[in-house]
Design a protein around this ligand. Structure first.
Ligand SMILES: *[C@@H]1O[C@H](CO)[C@@H](O)[C@H](O)[C@H]1NC(C)=O
Ligand SMILES: *[C@@H]1O[C@H](CO)[C@@H](O)[C@H](O)[C@H]1NC(C)=O
Ligand SMILES: *[C@@H]1O[C@H](CO)[C@@H](O)[C@H](O)[C@H]1NC(C)=O
Length: 419
């Protein structure tokens, strides 16, 4: 009931504007932003949070792309700086409160628990009283060839009447120039890293995010002259934001993340290790493929408008099936074959997305609340073992009866608490 009531409030807010012709092609605006400069030296790890610019007011995001660039605008190849991930979050600012900036922002975000943003809906991430995630999305090295378009008439709604929000960007980059073991650095193999605050490294943890925190360093080759001042560079995350006006034509989508390491009702670890080792020529042998699978009941029901996986190097495939066995989405990685930015050999440079509810048979993409979804991820053991790999599926669902995510848990005025 609370949900329906809040939808009425939301709709009244939307319809209060000028009415639009919903059959007309949507009018998109695009703005490009540059993040704060990030200083890098060979071996450096940066994993900080920035208060960043966004389009003004209330709007619906329909596309968002990003890449790392040098100060002169040249793209940074993944072989120079591996982009482990970037995340954009929109947080509510409590009544009478201010934006979080500087050290306060770092501490609030770090304290909020690693991977919290991957957890499927339901319980929003809260970094402090009154500061809850309202919108957000994330990608990794695949960002350059990943299609992030949310097709019409859908959009990811931001802002809202009487609501103050702040956009926060997190960039996790690992400078692997001169690295002793470049892929080992990208996998955050603990034995290769030093420094940073590694107080959270769990026991028997061979590699992953806890071993490559902000200000840690990955081991360099002994013959590499890391002191060469010309190797010190400044990079930025350049992001391009496409959005539309928020009117009654926009159907809001709800984010839901599926983590292959999660089980129904049990939070996953997001990262996992692919044990074993195979030689390249044994690539096709079944024992050289690591298969993970999980069944998760969908928190939401409605049209699955968009889905895309997040996978690391050595990933082979990812697939989502419905409870009746129908294939909902196949989201495989794309690998580079050369040296240029966007085509780095051995790196995941893109991941194929799906629009299950928009296909020739849209019923494939209709998901029931509580439907048991089966998600499978495959990695190769070639060159293994591999540490800190991920198998996540980010989905956007047009929920029957409206969305939960874009309404704050605790708002100002007469807004209602949802849940
Ligand atoms: C991205 O996917 C959409 C379908 O959702 C398609 O219409 C569009 O052409 C694609 N963009 C590119 C650049 O391939
Ligand atoms: C390291 O992080 C822990 C939390 O994981 C924190 O309690 C501790 O104060 C930090 N240490 C330093 C030196 O920042
Ligand atoms: C659409 O897909 C559903 C589920 O797979 C199937 O039951 C139905 O027969 C399909 N319809 C058509 C027209 O192909």
């Amino acid at each position: 009931m609370a949900l329906r009531w809040a939808m009425v409030v939301l709709l009244v807010g939307l319809v209060a504007g000028v009415s639009a012709d919903c059959d007309a092609k949507r009018v998109e605006k695009t703005e490009t932003f540059l993040s704060t400069g990030i200083k890098i030296r060979p071996g450096d790890v940066n994993n900080k949070f920035y208060d960043v610019g966004s389009p003004a007011g209330s709007f619906a995001t329909v596309d968002f792309n990003a890449e790392l660039v040098y100060e002169n605008g040249d793209p940074v190849p993944l072989t120079d700086v591996y982009l482990h991930h970037w995340i954009m979050f929109e947080f509510t600012i409590p009544t009478g409160g201010a934006k979080l900036v500087g050290q306060e922002l770092q501490e609030a975000m770090r304290g909020s628990g690693a991977h919290a943003y991957h957890v499927a809906g339901g319980k929003p991430l809260r970094v402090a009283a009154g500061r809850e995630v309202r919108q957000g999305w994330a990608k990794g090295g695949e960002t350059r060839h990943l299609n992030s378009t949310i097709p019409a008439p859908y959009g990811m709604v931001s802002g809202g009447e009487g609501l103050r929000t702040q956009w926060v960007l997190n960039v996790h980059g690992i400078d692997t120039r001169g690295a002793k073991n470049r892929m080992g650095c990208t996998e955050c193999r603990c034995d290769l890293f030093s420094g940073g605050n590694r107080s959270r490294v769990p026991d028997n943890y061979p590699g992953g995010l806890f071993c490559c925190p902000d200000e840690s360093r990955c081991a360099l080759r002994e013959d590499f002259n890391a002191d060469d001042a010309s190797l010190e560079r400044t990079i930025h995350l350049k992001y391009t934001w496409t959005y539309i006006a928020l009117d009654e034509c926009v159907i809001p989508v709800q984010g839901m993340g599926l983590d292959v390491t999660a089980k129904n009702g049990v939070k996953g670890t997001v990262e996992y290790n692919v044990e074993g080792h195979c030689k390249a020529e044994d690539f096709h042998k079944p024992e050289c493929v690591d298969v993970r699978e999980t069944v998760i009941e969908s928190l939401y029901g409605g049209d699955l408008v968009y889905a895309v996986a997040h996978l690391h190097a050595y990933a082979l495939d990812s697939t989502l099936w419905g409870e009746d066995g129908r294939l909902i989405c196949h989201s495989p990685p794309m690998y580079g074959h050369g040296t240029a930015a966007g085509d780095e050999k051995g790196y995941v440079v893109g991941i194929r997305h799906c629009n299950p509810s928009l296909g020739a048979n849209g019923s494939v993409g209709k998901i029931k609340k509580g439907e048991k979804l089966r998600f499978q991820v495959k990695y190769t053991r070639v060159d293994g073992p591999h540490t800190g790999v991920m198998g996540v599926l980010f989905t956007k669902i047009a929920q029957e009866g409206g969305i939960v995510q874009s309404v704050p848990l605790r708002g100002s005025g007469n807004r209602k608490i949802l849940n």
